[in-house]
Design a protein around this ligand. Structure first.
Ligand code: NAD
Length: 467
């Protein structure tokens, strides 16, 4: 029998009444944002106790409303995100929010495994960890908050976010949206909590809190290493530098269009986006010709060095990306290096050796270095080196199954997209679900609700097998 709205609201009221220390609150009074991390954790612990006693169908009810509100607020969040961080493109961010709303798995992702036979019935059921501590990046801020919140809630958890300080406004907007979605369908607040001023210190308190058994970090190498050093179970979704290989058998015109489309989504902010191209020499000129036909601007010689001087900074003797250019429009970067570029330019391309700093670094800008290789073997070897062992994402355009298989096996990444833009891996123009937390370093791959659950075996010996 299907559960009705009235049933759901009665269940919530019942549970809330039983927990006398947890009064029901209105949206205006509380939406999950706290002054300090200890209060955010305490509220999350309270709500998790409520959630744990609610039916799965009720979790799904809340998730359905999170999806609805995300679609309703997609444009607003896209605008706020670009305004606050100065990164990305509003149109693309709208698409990313719609993708999160429509394609992030909910409770259907939680599956039970069963064995029944002469000796009875055994089940493996997926249960919540409890309160999860999550770190989110500035590059896909509200997308990651909503995606994590849906998956974690589907698994029966609540979540405390310590968002990126550079995207705190938009991240907390998303946290509030999640709680409002719950309250609107009669659920509890504090499904997700966050703080007003996240710091490394607040992250550290979250990492060490005894009642936070699982940590999930989406960000660069620093934060992933920090959660993995916590002594707790941790899921690390770290940096990538996805190479895309193009061999002589590929449909070059399509490859060029796909690469430009993938690399320019949200101005190259997604960690899965093509970051450099390695092309077999005999088709390199044709590829670059078609890339230029797809709104790329090719620079040469001195301009390449000027570009490097502009978008990189020397930090203690090492060149690192200048954050001020991350996720910026290609034409703005071009104008900064003295090229009077048209606003229709989507991407900057240049030819360079595999050891060029702009090819080696994960720029997260609409800039693609093109490296020529003498054959597919050399292209694969270069691509693997440029992926830096992140085991994150790699892509290839080829019609040769042996080449595709060899690169896929050798690069050994969580994502390997063939003959499509990188974003096909997120379920956009490709099959499969969406996530913005790709656990490259710890091996869970594309996270979903089941990633945020622990497995429990329930055994009934000698009975309940009715065969
Ligand atoms: P970042 O690494 O600069 O920051 C991420 C968050 O971690 C921030 O909240 C920051 O304050 C915090 N942080 C950093 N060091 C910390 C530490 N030692 N302890 C506690 N917290 C710490 O990330 P960003 O620049 O916003 O995001 C870009 C990076 O994240 C890129 O490298 C990108 O590839 C990666 N990324 C990966 C995924 C994935 O799913 N694998 C998704 C998005 C971004």
């Amino acid at each position: 029998m299907a559960i009705t709205d009235v049933d759901v609201q009665n269940i919530v009221k019942q549970v809330l009444n039983q927990l006398s220390d947890t009064p029901s609150r209105s949206i205006q009074e509380e939406t999950g944002i706290y002054h300090n991390i200890d209060s955010a954790i305490a509220a999350s612990i309270r709500t998790q106790k409520i959630l744990h006693r609610m039916p799965m169908e009720f979790r799904e009810k809340i998730i359905a409303n999170i999806r609805k509100k995300t679609i309703q607020n997609a444009t607003k969040m896209a605008e706020l995100g670009v305004m606050e961080t100065g990164m990305g493109r509003i149109g693309d961010k709208i698409i990313k929010h719609q993708l999160v709303a429509e394609k992030t798995p909910g409770t259907e992702d939680i599956v039970t495994t069963a064995w029944s036979g002469d000796r009875g019935l055994t089940l493996i059921e997926q249960g919540p960890f409890g309160v999860i501590g999550a770190i989110t990046p500035s590059t896909n801020p509200s997308e990651t908050v909503i995606c994590n919140a849906i998956g974690m809630l589907a698994g029966g958890n609540t979540v405390v976010f310590n968002p990126h300080p550079g995207a705190i406004g938009i991240s907390n907007f998303a946290v509030q949206l999640v709680n409002e979605a719950s309250i609107e369908v009669g659920g509890p607040d504090n499904i997700a909590t966050s703080i007003l001023k996240p710091t490394l210190e607040s992250a550290d308190i979250l990492f060490k809190h005894p009642e936070v058994p699982l940590l999930v970090a989406t960000g660069g190498p620093g934060v992933v290493t920090a959660v993995l050093s916590s002594g707790k179970r941790a899921i690390g979704a770290g940096a990538g530098n996805p190479p895309v290989v193009v061999d002589e058998t590929a449909d070059i015109k399509k490859a060029a269009a796909d690469i430009v489309n993938g690399a320019t989504l949200d101005n190259n902010l997604p960690c899965i986006a093509e970051k450099e191209v390695i092309v077999v020499g005999e088709v390199a000129d044709e590829l670059m010709y078609y890339m230029e036909q797809n709104d790329c601007y090719k620079i040469e010689d001195q301009l390449i060095e000027k570009l490097a001087e502009t978008v990189l900074v020397n930090k203690n003797g090492k060149y690192v990306i200048d954050r001020k250019w991350v996720g910026k429009d290609a034409w703005k970067i071009l104008r900064a290096i003295g090229v009077d570029a048209d606003e229709s330019v989507r991407c900057i391309i240049f030819e360079a050796g595999a050891d060029h700093i702009l090819v080696e670094e994960e720029l997260m800008m609409p800039i693609l270095g093109i490296v020529r290789a003498k054959d597919v073997d050399e292209a694969i070897e270069i691509a693997i080196r440029l992926e830096h062992g992140n085991r994150h994402s790699a892509h290839m355009h080829s019609k040769n199954v042996d080449h595709l298989t060899r690169f896929g096996q050798q690069v050994d990444t969580a994502i390997f997209v063939k003959n499509a833009p990188s974003y096909a891996a997120l379920g956009f123009g490709g099959e499969g679900y969406c996530t913005f937390t790709i656990a490259s370093r710890t091996g869970e791959g594309l996270t979903s609700a089941r990633t945020f659950t622990k497995s429990r075996r329930c055994v009934m010996a000698e009975s309940l097998c009715i065969r």
